[in-house]
Design a protein. Structure first.
Length: 218
C-alpha cells in the first residue's frame, strides 16, 4: 500500500523549495503549450482534407480520361495512317539519305504504335489495341528489312546492298521497254529499221504486156 502521508510530505517539500516567481512562470507557460497543441490538432484535419481533395481531383481526372475512348481511337487512326504511308514512300530507299529517312520513318511508326497501344490498354479497347500492336510490328519489320542486310545479319541483294552509302554501288538494271519486245510483221514498216524493205523492179515502158495475146483457131 502507498503511504499517502509520506507522498504529500514530499510534495510539500518540493513546493517549499520553489519560489513564487518560478510557480507563476510555469503557470503562464502551461496555457501557451495547451494552445499550441490545440492548433496542431486543428491543423491535422486541414492537411487531411487537403490530401482528400487532391486524391479526389486526381481520381476525377482519371475518370475523365477513362470516359473519352475517342482519344485512344484517334491515336490508333494516326498510327495506322502513318503505317499505310510507308507503302507510298516517294523516294527509292536503296542507299544514302533516302534510306536513312525511310529507316527513321519505320522507327517513328513503331513508336506511334506503342503510343496508341498504351492508350488502348488503359481504355480496354481490344480491337484498337490489336491494331496498335500490328502497327508496331509493321514498323519494326520494315525497319529490320532495311537494317539487317547492312549489318551482316541478312543476305544482301541488289535492292538492299550491304552498305549505307551510294558510293560504288552498281546501277540497277533497266527493265526492257515494251516497244522493243513486241514482234513486228515481216512486211510492215514499223519493224527493225536495219532490215531493208523489199523493192519491186520497174517494168520497161515499151513492153506493156510481158506475155503475147493468145490466138484461137479459125
Amino acid at each position: 500500500m502507498t503511504d499517502w502521508d509520506k507522498e504529500l510530505a514530499k510534495i510539500d517539500k518540493q513546493l517549499a523549495s520553489i519560489s513564487d516567481e518560478q510557480l507563476m512562470a510555469s503557470a503562464q507557460q502551461a496555457p501557451a503549450a495547451a494552445k499550441g497543441a490545440a492548433s496542431a490538432t486543428k491543423a491535422l484535419p486541414a492537411a487531411g482534407r487537403a490530401a482528400t481533395a487532391a486524391s479526389a481531383s486526381s481520381s476525377s481526372a482519371l475518370a475523365t480520361g477513362a470516359g473519352r475512348p475517342w482519344v485512344a481511337w484517334l491515336k490508333v487512326t494516326v498510327a495506322v495512317t502513318a503505317a499505310a504511308g510507308l507503302m507510298f514512300w516517294p523516294w527509292p530507299a536503296r542507299c544514302g539519305l533516302p534510306l536513312i529517312g525511310f529507316t527513321a520513318a519505320t522507327g517513328g511508326v513503331a513508336v506511334l504504335g506503342l503510343w496508341s497501344a498504351i492508350g488502348t490498354w488503359r481504355h480496354r479497347l481490344g480491337l484498337a489495341h490489336v491494331a496498335s500492336l500490328l502497327v508496331t510490328m509493321w514498323g519494326l519489320g520494315l525497319g529490320a528489312r532495311e537494317v539487317l542486310p547492312r549489318v551482316g545479319y541478312a543476305i544482301p541483294t541488289i535492292d538492299r546492298p550491304a552498305v549505307w552509302s551510294c558510293d560504288g554501288l552498281p546501277a540497277l538494271p533497266a527493265s526492257p521497254s515494251p516497244s522493243n519486245t513486241t514482234p513486228s510483221s515481216p512486211g510492215s514498216g514499223s519493224g527493225d529499221p536495219s532490215t531493208p524493205a523489199p523493192t519491186v523492179a520497174p517494168t520497161p515502158a515499151g513492153d506493156a504486156s510481158p506475155n503475147p495475146p493468145a490466138s484461137f483457131p479459125g
